[in-house]
Write a protein that binds this ligand. Structure first.
Ligand SMILES: [Mn+2]
Length: 407
């Protein structure tokens, strides 16, 4: 029996996410950026302590395609720690890493340009044969499939967006198949891809990726030619192959982006890689909790006291907290923002205080910034501005609710 190779798989770092954070004077960084970096530090420390043999990052290093130099330095520092410890690191290019024009550099290209030892940048589809301390691993890389690049030929002109996505799906499936055929069947093989796979759930109120995406069938990646499929792009950790071989896994992100990820554990995957008998486990990191506190004040004689009691039922220390208050219109003046915020002082950040005020039969949302609204609230507001009749709004929201649940 050959040695097992320890692989650490993580994804969707998204450095530069600043929502629900404030400036940290000690570092000059936004406190949420610092959170994301601390999770990354946890991961690096784990990799060094556990002496992993290989790290695969499955894409989306930053929030933006032009991250500032401070973020770039913070990312490079941590990658270098791994590389200096003789741990090869494969960096797969995600959609957030890509430039708007193909000729321009991706945020990860600098590592290949400088030929940093032990760092491999996968910007194109391809098979990498990586030497590790415990043997060779074959890693096939599928970066985010860019519709415009894959479909530049004339035959695709005039197709609808949905038809183009279907064409992308076919091309990517064929590429994966072609890579599988190049494998040495006696060596462990990993497929890493940054894309949406059918059957995956988002569980985020608004996914980071807005707009459309080609979706690849699980069957296209769940091929026993691979020993592990390391996915990135969807922030919710999940396994897609129902215990069959190989494991097909989204590592998920290391920190939460919004309240849609409130209940999700965050972390990375530790894979014990061996031909035909790979296993993995999810390693949770200490991500900052997101907590929604709901309080129905409609029958409360003292609304502020009712809020205090509702808050006391949760552990909000160090959390990003959101308060959702159901109240009657005449209670509004009794619930002053400053007093409510005082009750939430133990939190790291107050994400929103949502007042659902009853006016007759209808619930109205007041004083909400768009980023504080849920998808449902945004949609409702949109329908209202378009003068959609109330009965039709109710029907549309019901339909939408089902879609939101399906993710
Ligand atoms: Mn992505």
């Amino acid at each position: 029996m050959t040695d097992r190779i320890r692989l650490l798989h993580f994804a969707d770092l998204h450095l530069g996410m600043e929502n629900y954070g404030r400036l940290d004077p000690a570092t000059g960084l936004n406190s949420r950026v610092r959170d994301f970096l601390e999770r990354f530090d946890e991961l690096v420390a784990f990799a060094l302590n556990q002496e992993v043999d290989l790290v695969i990052f499955a894409g989306d290093a930053y929030k933006r395609r032009s991250p500032n130099p401070t973020l770039q330095r913070a990312f490079a520092k941590r990658i270098k720690k791994l590389a200096d410890a003789d741990i090869p690191v494969l960096l797969l290019v995600g959609n957030h890493d890509l430039p708007t024009m193909v000729q321009r550099a991706s945020t990860l290209d600098i590592f290949s340009t400088l030929a940093v030892p032990n760092v491999i940048v996968a910007r194109k589809e391809g098979l990498h044969r990586i030497e590790t301390r415990h043997g060779v691993v074959q890693v096939a890389a599928i970066p985010y499939p860019v519709r415009q690049r894959l479909l530049s030929r004339d035959e695709y002109r005039g197709l609808s967006a949905a038809q183009l996505d279907r064409e992308v799906e076919k091309i990517v499936t064929a590429n994966i198949q072609a890579l599988a055929e190049q494998l040495d069947p006696d060596r462990p093989a990993v497929l890493t891809a940054h894309l949406s796979v059918s059957g995956a759930t988002f569980g985020s109120e608004r996914s980071v990726m807005l707009g459309r995406d080609a979706v690849i069938f699980t069957s296209a990646v769940a091929d026993p030619a691979w020993d592990y499929v390391a996915l990135g792009h969807i922030h919710k950790h999940q396994s897609l192959n129902r215990g069959d071989y190989p494991p097909v896994v989204y590592a998920g992100s290391l920190e939460r982006i919004d309240f849609g990820e409130e209940g999700q554990p965050k972390g990375f995957c530790l894979v014990e890689l061996a031909r035909g008998e790979t296993t993995y486990r999810f390693v949770e990191v200490n991500a900052r909790p997101f907590v929604t506190v709901r309080a129905d004040l409609r029958d409360a004689p003292d609304p502020l006291l009712a809020i205090r009691e509702a808050v006391a039922a949760y552990d909000i220390r160090g959390s990003v907290v959101r308060l959702v208050l159901q109240m009657r219109a005449e209670q509004e003046p009794l619930v002053r923002d400053r007093e409510v915020r005082r009750l939430l002082a133990a939190a790291h950040f107050v994400g929103a205080i949502v007042r659902e005020v009853e006016r007759g039969a209808r619930v109205r949302l007041t004083g909400l910034a768009p980023e504080e609204m849920s998808d449902r609230q945004l949609l409702e507001r949109y329908f209202e501005t378009r003068d959609v009749p109330p009965e039709r709004i109710r029907l549309l929201l019901e339909r939408a609710a089902r879609l939101f649940e399906e993710g």
